[in-house]
Design a protein around this ligand. Sequence first.
Ligand code: NDP
Length: 609
Amino acid sequence: MADIDPAIMEIVGEIDYDPDELRKRYAYERDVRLRPDKNQQYVETKAEFSHYIDDPYAEPLERDPLNDHTEVAIIGGGIGGLLIGARLRQAGFDDIRIIEKGGDLGGVWYWNRYPGLRCDTESYIYIPMIEEVDSMPTEKYSRGAEIQSNLLKIARRFDLYKNACLQTVVTGLEWDDAASRWTIRTDRGDAMTAQYVVMANGQLSKPKLPGIPGIDTFKGHTFHTSRWDYDYTGGDYLGNLTRLQDKNVGVIGTGATGVQAIPELAKWAKQLNVFQRTPAAVDVRANRPTDPQWASSLEPGWQDRRSDNFNKVSSGIMQDEDLVSDGFSELGRFADPTASWVAAVIGRELTPEEGAFISQTLDDKKMNEIRARIDATVTDKATAEALKPWHRRYCKRPLFSDEYLPAFNRPNVRLVDTAGKGVQRITETGAVVDGVEYPLDCLIFATGFEVGTEFTRRAGYDVVGRDGIELRQYWKDGMKTFQGMFTRGFPNCILVNFGQNAAANSFSFILDEQAKHVAHTLSEVRKRGGTTVEPSQQAVDDYVAEIKPLSFSQSAFWEQCTPSYFNGEGANENPHGFFANVHPAGGVAFYGMLAEWRNAANLDGLEVR
Ligand code: NDP
């Protein structure tokens, strides 16, 4: 440490561990988890696995096929679709139709109802349009049901049920150039048309299953967490899973879903077996009820200001105040660009090496804290040791819970650690790890959602643009867009998603910025008397060139990470990977640039006809 500036050492504090040993341990734990089949290891929820994605919540619905016309069709009624609908309504668009697979609007919050489900970003910023619908979350981190009910308030406030098609799965989109409109086909035999289509079908919306040998042979009860079977477990999102009291339950998956569902399962199952491949890195949650005095003191515009402050703090941009002040805000201290807040403290720019040193050291210390919390909470020493994560904080989605670790102190909960290998085999009657079969009545998959496959595969439909060009084909080597939203050859078709844009810790912020973008663009086209809009070839080429160099130069960080959907299961070269196409500017600057583009009101880069 001799040649590190003492001012920097003051920021990072004492180094009371061996960084080289830690680095070796991280590398070892990564290496044992790397698999040659990478993203191919997962089983797609189709064919004999398609029942895993049936809607367990909706009543059967019969209706005649539609062949009518709408000005704007929005595919997906989740947060993205609802915000687009709301922003379009605010911009004066009446003729809107949301097409949604589920039995109600709400998207991810419709599908996910597992016990223990909560927002993992602060609800005051995550739940959109709180001020517009005159609502206030009851807790800092709301339960899923409260989020869903707030989303439905948006739907009602902006009249988005009107003309909506629920329980309807889009199967294909085709552009009719002569009529300047899209034909939308669905699983209900619809052939409706729309002048504009907005694809808001979600990012983590297609459940995935682990490719464990024998997965199709299990004869007990089984389901994916995003289709929770309360008929089988009893109870509801608050717990009370009384029908599990005489059951041996197994859960595979200890990610964001697992750490929330496991404490509830632990309370009710006769025996809970948690099959762990990679330990979860779980920091303090510190949820609390909303203070009514604080809520009544808020001035109009508070939600946007809070969200803006959070975005800056959580990406390391120095602010006078940290309004949210939680674990995600704290991550700003070692996320890129770490240098900006440190530079403000020490009064000079940092070298890249200094920035990397600070980032790495603060990360190490946070992870040491997370590991120490496990020792302090979990009484059985071997279990505590096996629960320790050995990777950098951002290698996986950061997790926060105050219930997860104590669950392992219950006598009915068994951690079945697989030493990074995963479950070896599933049999008719249980799951096998290290040659030992664990008998199970019920096996629950908390194994997450498909990432890193082509957009059209996850969406479940292809898009045929001008001159018969297929999106599947056009993006086969990766996305080609302008602003992550507009695609040449696919006029009037806008993508709202996380793709060729920038990341932010609150996903609903990204979706709202995109929704504002959609509303602005369609309003400007209207003002100009146009009927079609698409990006110029030049705009796409320039935009794609801005994106590519960064995504691949970031691999130094991702390569040393233990595999996850963030780094394409260790294969960062995947052009469809989660972070394969992020914009170099970072969330704050990127969405600021989009806002400036809207302020200029010249649709620069788009061609209107
Ligand atoms: P994840 O992808 O985060 O986790 C999947 C889990 O399944 C991992 O623990 C993974 O282990 C494990 N797994 C996969 N295959 C096997 C196998 N063969 N054997 C054993 N274990 C296996 O999915 P989640 O549903 O937890 O979360 C997905 C994302 O959804 C989150 O990152 C977050 O963005 C979002 N989310 C948000 C929530 C919120 O806001 N409250 C709640 C839930 C989800 P390994 O780590 O080794 O790959």
